[in-house]
Design a protein around this ligand. Structure first.
Ligand SMILES: Cc1ncc(COP(=O)(O)O)c(C=O)c1O
Length: 437
């Protein structure tokens, strides 16, 4: 694509687009040159000027097997040749049915003690936030239908992030994202950690939600090992429903297909999105148990129906992509191939821990957060946007990623090769050295 085209695209972008989580005044400034990404292959992306980058945050934590994977591309094209979309309201479609079956089998309690309540039902929606909305509304209605209508409150953890629709945003524990909307939030109490739960009066609590193993948008913060087991036991003791938000951690990022499989602890609701389609199309799923599902069964006039849905629930293109992605996990033994890369990431980042500009490195599976500091024990002022400046510098060395304040996220697609991983880490080291020294 020519330079002229890039300039034209950027001008039109600045004239008409409003980007998410972006201060548009800075974006619109004459000197700011946004990247226009035009194609990709595997872990690489290319911009409109032909420059190549490693997709260091998997295109906001979505991509799993790489861009333009022939099997996912073919699955979407084949479905497109049949029908692009039909509704799940009153009709069904083959990819949505097949995917529900596969998801139930995949989330079928690998590592979970038996007997446990299997996740046997799949409710589709569009993205991470809607997967959470579904779980919240199902939990509320479940308690109404089972004789405990007073259970109307939710518990969430400090620093949590569960999305931006009203219900999901109510659960958020990062004030910058949520406090402006506090007046219209669902009733949610935030807790600092598992120990704080002992102080909670649970009589009105419908459910508690957690990002298992790692809080992503909090800056890649790790939970202590064993936390999920303790939380499950606490929920069982108090009759509280447990929601696992695996929007980020699902589909291999932590080294297993689902994060909860590390501790063998099943939830009552499992929320999936982002990597569900391999990162190709927006699709989400909320899985739940037969116990929850059966509470909603009744005669039409009893109004037990779950009156909830989106136009694109169970979109066949998204489901076809998701089926192909799950098949790739099997055929390419993605999780086995990932283990040495997780170890290499740990090794490459460990060599960097002594750097005076690094306050800490947090890694969970193939997800890393690298926290910057001005000097030992001294954070940068957040207004200085140091994390952002480091990421802009990394672009020049062929790495695309985004920070969360001053935590740089490294979360490339699972298909990233060892040499691409080395390149990504060395690009970051150069960017930190140039920006922070
Ligand atoms: C843990 C978690 N939950 C929910 C969401 C919201 O997902 P979406 O942006 O697809 O609505 C995100 C997004 O980053 C997330 O990280």
């Amino acid at each position: 694509m020519s330079t002229l085209n890039t300039a034209t695209l950027i001008a039109a972008d600045k004239a008409h687009l409003w980007h998410p989580f972006t201060q548009m005044k800075a974006w619109g400034a004459a000197e700011h040159e946004p990247l226009v990404l035009v194609d990709g292959e595997g872990a690489m992306l290319r911009d409109s000027e032909g420059r190549e980058y490693i997709d260091g945050n998997s295109s906001i934590w979505t991509n799993i097997h790489g861009h333009r994977h022939p099997k996912i591309t073919a699955a979407i094209k084949a479905q497109l040749d049949r029908v692009a979309h039909v509704s799940l309201l009153g009709t069904s479609n083959a990819p949505a049915i097949a995917l529900a079956e596969k998801l139930v089998a995949a989330a079928g309690g690998e590592g979970c003690p038996r007997p446990f309540l299997p996740l046997s039902r799949v409710f589709y929606s569009d993205d991470g936030s809607t997967a959470i909305e579904v779980a919240l509304k199902m939990a509320l209605q479940y308690w109404q239908l089972t004789g405990q209508p007073g259970r109307t409150r939710f518990l969430a953890f400090d620093n949590a992030y569960h999305g931006d629709t009203a219900g999901a945003s109510s659960l958020g524990g990062v004030g910058t994202f949520t406090s402006r909307f506090a007046a219209v939030h669902f009733p949610v109490q935030h807790v600092a950690g598992i120990a704080a739960l002992d102080l909670i009066d649970t009589a009105e609590v419908a459910a508690i939600i957690i990002e298992p193993l790692v809080q992503g948008a909090a800056g890649i913060r790790l939970w202590p090992p064993g936390m999920l087991k303790e939380l499950r036991a606490w929920c069982d003791a108090h009759g509280v429903l447990l929601i696992f938000d695996e929007v980020l951690t699902g589909f291999g990022r932590t080294g297993k297909l689902f994060a909860f499989q590390h501790e063998g602890v099943p939830p009552d609701f499992l929320c999936l999105a982002k990597g569900l389609t391999g990162g190709y199309l927006p699709l989400a799923a909320t899985l739940t148990t037969e116990r929850v599902y059966e509470a909603f069964l009744g005669e039409y006039h009893e109004l037990k129906t779950f009156f909830y849905g989106h136009s694109y629930c169970g979109n066949p293109l998204g489901c076809a992509a998701a089926l192909a992605s799950l098949q790739i996990f099997e055929e390419e033994k993605t999780l086995e191939a990932l283990q040495p890369k997780i170890a290499l990431m740990r090794e490459l980042l460990a060599g960097w821990e002594e750097n005076p500009h690094i306050a800490g490195i947090r890694q969970c599976g193939f997800i890393a957060g690298i926290e910057l500091q001005r000097a030992p024990g001294q954070p940068y002022p957040w207004q200085a946007q140091t994390g952002q400046r480091v990421c802009l510098a990394a672009r020049k060395h062929g790495l695309l990623t985004r920070p969360i304040l001053d935590a740089i996220v490294l979360m490339p697609p699972l298909c990233t090769s060892e040499s691409q991983l080395r390149t990504a880490v060395s690009a970051l080291i150069r960017a930190v050295t140039e920006t922070c020294s």
